[in-house]
Ligand binder design. Structure first.
Ligand code: CUA
Length: 149
């Protein structure tokens, strides 16, 4: 084996190991949940907030031109929320401001992630994938422990 070839192989193995280590580090030490893709099912196209327990919620979020549904989500502080995300038309983004969430809403696909809301406040959901003329107005809100409007 050529000396140069050997160096390339060693570098490739090191980069791969670093990549795998980064994912494991994010998942274990930093507790960054990796979004999962779930098998598609029409029931995910019905937007709703489901209360499973006093601090455990499920949000079925549906993106479509140019809104998120439900547009406003009210939950108590300290809640853990499972987000199931899909789109009714084109690809949209789903970014929760101040939270480590960056998902894509894709027609015919479900993305899932779990987020805990320890601080009260209004968390904006922003579409960060260009989806047409109304893209810049496409947003939603998660209201954590704030009085209803
Ligand atoms: Cu939806 Cu941009």
């Amino acid at each position: 084996m050529d000396k140069f070839e050997k160096r390339v192989i060693i570098s490739a193995v090191l980069v791969t190991m670093l990549f795998v280590f980064s994912i494991l580090y994010a998942k274990t030490s930093r507790r960054i949940d990796l979004p999962e893709c779930l098998p598609y099912n029409k029931t995910y196209e019905q937007p709703k907030v489901v209360k499973l327990d006093s601090n455990l919620y499920q949000v079925y979020a549906v993106a479509q031109m140019w809104q998120f549904q439900p547009a406003e989500i009210y939950i108590p502080v300290g809640s853990t929320v499972d987000f199931f995300l899909t789109s009714k038309d084109v690809v949209h983004g789903f970014d929760i401001y101040d939270k480590n969430v960056n998902m894509m809403a894709v027609y015919g696909g479900i993305n899932k992630t779990t987020i805990k809301f320890d601080e009260p406040g209004v968390y904006k959901i922003i579409c960060h994938e260009y989806c047409g003329v109304g893209h810049q107005n496409m947003q939603g809100e998660i209201v954590v422990n704030y009085p209803k409007k």
